[in-house]
Design a protein around this ligand. Structure first.
Ligand SMILES: C[S@@+](CC[C@H](N)C(=O)[O-])C[C@H]1O[C@@H](n2cnc3c(N)ncnc32)[C@H](O)[C@@H]1O
Length: 302
């Protein structure tokens, strides 16, 4: 199918269920308090995703199972299905094919205020936010890139609104790949990508260490290499976000099928009012905690 959009694993289901849980609690809690509640999906995809479910060969006991393709809801459709409804939806994607699919999706929800913006998320968010007055509005934004696409200046623009709660999927794999173990391989492009995403070049001092060792013959050997692991990188991102937003919740790590941490899902709240922080924190923590408890119930051996 033209709009097929294949991505994800079990962590994708978890990520989307966390965001869905937040969206429905958000509209329930705020619909009577604010005339306008917006949902902004800056990496919206198509509204659907296709998931390949692997088959298996026959055994003595069991017949073979064929590989099959399942269609599941993506974030845009999930947001449209949330009840109570948002008063406005903004879906952004840089791919034309995805925007065509989003337009088709919008037709299934007549009467809704749905705007589809084709373009780079950073430029589109910054233009959209600058054009709005945020008084009397609250919004949830979902930043769900494949990699390190979100520029720090975009997060600054979100923070300035004091009206948006943002779920931000941070690519730990992207950070790990760009911040090469051997700094000799840190090209200007890699450095620039890291600095653009993190809004500072301080990552280099924090993640790399120069050490001098003198051997028994008095020869000095100097090494300079990355000392930061994935956890240190995740913490660095958390600190950067906490320096910008009034409140950032402890993130939920997402792993690939082999258990390797690939992403970290952060919730950052831009509204500095204690009431707004309190509500968003209660909802966010409840959802994040429930997901950890659910995961531990499903651990093998329990
Ligand atoms: C992981 S997918 C999003 C999936 C979506 N949230 C869902 O649940 O269905 C990332 C999407 O971002 C789009 N994309 C990638 N880079 C982008 C950019 N710089 N600006 C806007 N969209 C981008 C891709 O075309 C893709 O549809």
């Amino acid at each position: 199918m033209a709009a097929d959009h294949e991505f994800g694993n079990l962590s994708t289901d978890l990520k989307l269920s966390l965001v869905e849980g937040y969206l429905s609690s958000f509209t329930q809690a705020l619909q009577s308090k604010f005339p306008e509640l917006w949902y902004i999906d800056a990496f919206a995809g198509t509204g659907e995703r296709t998931v390949k479910i692997a088959g298996s060969a026959a055994t003595d006991m069991l017949p073979a199972i064929e590989e099959r393709i399942e269609r599941r809801r993506g974030s845009a459709r999930i947001a449209l299905d949330v009840s109570p409804k948002f008063s406005r939806y903004i879906f952004m994607d840089k791919k034309k094919r995805h925007c065509v699919a989003l337009n088709e999706l919008a037709k299934e929800y007549p009467g809704r205020a749905i705007e589809i913006v084709r373009g780079d998320a950073n430029a589109a968010i910054q233009a959209e936010l600058a054009a709005q007055r945020w008084v009397g509005k609250r919004a949830v934004m979902f930043l769900d890139p494949y990699g390190m696409d979100v520029a720090w200046s975009t997060l600054e623009a979100i923070r300035k609104t004091e009206a948006i709660d943002v779920w931000y999927l941070v690519s730990l794999a992207g950070l790990f790949r760009q911040a090469t173990h051997d700094p000799k391989n840190l090209t200007a492009d890699k450095r620039a990508a890291l600095t653009r995403m993190l809004g500072t070049d301080e990552w280099e001092d924090a993640w790399y260490k120069r050490e001098q060792n003198t051997d028994m013959l008095g020869q000095v050997d100097e090494t300079y290499q990355r000392i930061a692991d994935v956890s240190a990188m995740e913490q660095f991102v958390g600190k950067r976000l906490a320096g910008l937003f009034p409140k950032v919740l402890p993130p939920r790590r997402l792993r690939n099928d082999r258990g390797v941490p690939i992403f970290s899902l952060f919730l950052a709240i831009s509204n500095p009012e204690p009431k707004a922080i309190g509500l968003a924190t209660r909802i966010g923590n409840h959802i994040l905690k429930a997901s950890v408890e659910q995961a531990s119930r499903h651990k093998p051996g329990r």
